[in-house]
Design a protein around this ligand. Sequence first.
Ligand SMILES: Nc1nc2c(c(=O)[nH]1)N[C@H]1C(S)=C(S)[C@@H](COP(=O)(O)OP(=O)(O)OC[C@H]3O[C@@H](n4cnc5c(=O)[nH]c(N)nc54)[C@H](O)[C@@H]3O)O[C@H]1N2
Ligand SMILES: Nc1nc2c(c(=O)[nH]1)N[C@H]1C(S)=C(S)[C@@H](COP(=O)(O)OP(=O)(O)OC[C@H]3O[C@@H](n4cnc5c(=O)[nH]c(N)nc54)[C@H](O)[C@@H]3O)O[C@H]1N2
Ligand SMILES: [Mo]
Length: 826
Amino acid sequence: MTQAKTEPKFSRRSFIKGAAALTATGALAGCSPAAETLAETGEAPVEVPETKIFAGACRAQCGQGCYLNVHVRDGRVVRTTAGHFDDGSEFDRICPKGLSQPARVYSAERLQYPMRRVGERGKGEFERITWDEAIAEIAEKWKGYTAEFGPTSIAFFLGSGNTATLGGGAPEGSLMARLLNVMGASRVLPDRDIATPMAWAYMFGAGPYANRCSDSINAKHHVIWGGDIAVSDKQRAHFFLEARDAGAELVVIDIAYRTMASKADWFIPVHPATDGALALGAIHEIFEQGWEATDFLRDHTEASLLIKEDGAFLRMSDLGVEPTETTTNAQGKEVPVDPYVVWDEETSSAVPLAQAKKPALGGVPAIEGIAVRTEMELIREAVEPWTLERTSEVTGVSAEDIKHLAHLYTQEGDVQTDMKFGLNHYNNGMYSSKCVNSLLLVSGQMGRSGSGLFTGEPNFGEGNVQACITMPSASGEVPQGVGAILNWTDFCNNIVPTGKKLGEDFPIKSFYASCTNVVSNQTDQNKTLALMNQIEFIVIQDMTMNDTALYADILLPACHWFETADLRVRYYTNPYLLWNEKAVEPLYESKPDAEIYRMIAEAMGYGDFFQFTDDEYLNVVLSTPYGKENGITIDKIREKNYLRCANDPTIAFEGGIFGTATGRAMFYREAPMPDYNMGQEMDLEKEKLAVFWEPAREADLANPLREKFPFTICCEHMRTRAHTQWYDVGYLKEFEAQPVCRINPEDAAELGIAEGDTIRLYNDRGSVTMLATINPGQQRKAVHCPRSFLTREHIDGDLARTTFNDYNQACRNQSYFDCAVAIEKL
Ligand SMILES: Nc1nc2c(c(=O)[nH]1)N[C@H]1C(S)=C(S)[C@@H](COP(=O)(O)OP(=O)(O)OC[C@H]3O[C@@H](n4cnc5c(=O)[nH]c(N)nc54)[C@H](O)[C@@H]3O)O[C@H]1N2
Ligand SMILES: Nc1nc2c(c(=O)[nH]1)N[C@H]1C(S)=C(S)[C@@H](COP(=O)(O)OP(=O)(O)OC[C@H]3O[C@@H](n4cnc5c(=O)[nH]c(N)nc54)[C@H](O)[C@@H]3O)O[C@H]1N2
Ligand SMILES: [Mo]
């Protein structure tokens, strides 16, 4: 064999021939027939095509927005690697999802061309149609509905599957959002992830709530309360580990021994949905020991405000001082300022809050005959029942551990508390979250370096949404705005089935969803399916043939993220604005989402509202005060394809100045309002004081329902998927192949269940069949099921058929984990 024969440049055809020969002769042992065949063909060697690298990003709603290098050879995506920033490497991580992107681009599940349903809904029987036909049919139907029933009879659902600006669903300033506002259609809210953030907003006012990630190193203790950061927040996990390696204590409060728990110095297992009780028990202990942060409570919270017997605040007008000043309220109206009254200990007199030198936290005499109590006194009274014994009974946490937690928060230096969505996904999620917030305030663990609510980099945000919505058409017409905002549960359970909203006619004729898989991701799938079957005309725009796509009347194929240029916004943990280049041509007949929204607009007669280039629109998105101040334009971002933003302070609420009207954190609301209205009855008392807590609906161990349905399911977010995305990637299925239920060994033994057995989880709503896996990290009577599988991946049923579709009285939040089932071995 000469040297020439082994030259690395070889012809592709001859290599294939050689490979065939190898197979044919069954020659397996060490020889190299390919090399010999090469020389014989005499064909000109082919150049290995050049690999070009394009800037990309994962745009799924795991919230990380990781920067990707997209390697393209011969017009095909061949590889993805981590992109690097030249100004630091804290955020240049990517995960197996990012690494397996090429498999998504070339997935057999991709929607290839527009389709029209021909069979029964859900059966997946479609016929291929042209884009012109698809768009014409949508426009014809929608024009008809608009003429007969008004534009609100068309309901848009903006999903989280693509967090890009032009094409995205959920980004508020996307072209889909513009189309919605131009048409005056209805918007259906997904109503998820609301409870915990709402609790922050109620108590701390406007954010940002997070100290920057760089501050995590300054905490002496990190408490991760209801989050599995290593799985769900991959850009941030290393900050916790670095802080721990530098000497901080890492504490994890979870219902199961999960990845972060395995990294913790102290793991506190708590019964599902009882975190609020745990926080109240810790506050009780803090009061017992006199460890509360009195100065912080006095100076930085509203704990000194006085409440009258009727539950209203004592104001200067109660003392005969009529308001003289006005202020502009949230609705832009001028309203009188009637200051809150506090008792000033320095002067022993009742004065407006702003004038008090030392507001009293308790023991205030009747003022001009009006009996009052401070917020602080109401808090003390409310936590009184939460003795160590009772707290321990409810939460399953030992009295020792509750005492230790109280000590840690108040006696052992700075504590940073990270809350993700472990508390959120229950019917009592807002109450639990408010109780934990209260613990932070009572301990004074906010507003300083090393303390605070959580760490993150919530940066540029959604952009100048208002300008995107109100931007006039080419002829100067202003979009009419969203026609109606509907809550998912109301939409599903009332509005569509009855054609009425709060007793008034409200017909829904069409449902248009992009970037979402509602059938898999909203609670109580049987209700979602019933809903789908009641709607006359369903348009689904997606990349893959998932559970929701199966219910479409018209299916619109969106291209993959690498097949169109767009700007990734919506940062939670990653401080960069990322420009995503178009790396390859859209496959098949798929199109960029933005182009599809424009096509629909044009056909509906609204083309005039879309007479701008993509760049012009993006510059409107970027025109926030921060964007303008820093000259952020799309061209500037494109210089490197990324741009780091630094508009949030390093320390949230620095110096204890909160985002509320008084600049103080709030424990009490005198006139609470629900954040949705479907005519529900409300017990307002529950919503007033932040330390109110009640058990979850089904996760509550004391609920008599639990005799029939003894187990709660935590349907956790999966390591290998972002919600249902990546279901079509074989590499990742090697790690999480199919639905499983992790169950405690003693529970399993009682039910006669062994590893790998097929089991059925069921309740009155529905059932699901999957494999059991025995796991001592599960507590008794609480199982975990990774949640993002499609119906067809389950042995039978679907996990999403077990959850309930209902809200807490005041908070429009889907309670994914608040679900009780019975389990049987099949
Ligand atoms: N890989 C991946 N990452 C994701 C996502 C994804 O689908 N895949 N989704 C993203 C989205 S939109 C979200 S909302 C987040 C969710 O992020 P996380 O909140 O971190 O994730 P979850 O899986 O919902 O579970 C939260 C953790 O809370 C625990 N937990 C459950 N109930 C309780 C409770 O009552 N008390 C306490 N203390 N702990 C409890 C669970 O055991 C779990 O460890 O993840 C984001 N990141
Ligand atoms: N049981 C249970 N259910 C849950 C949860 C839970 O913990 N348990 N968590 C819930 C939470 S917190 C969330 S945030 C939701 C998320 O719910 P969804 O927002 O519905 O999330 P995905 O499953 O990611 O759906 C995104 C869809 O967008 C499509 N898509 C991706 N890229 C594009 C694109 O560029 N264009 C278009 N047109 N489509 C695209 C994907 O194919 C996919 O079908 O799930 C919720 N559902
Ligand atoms: Mo979420």
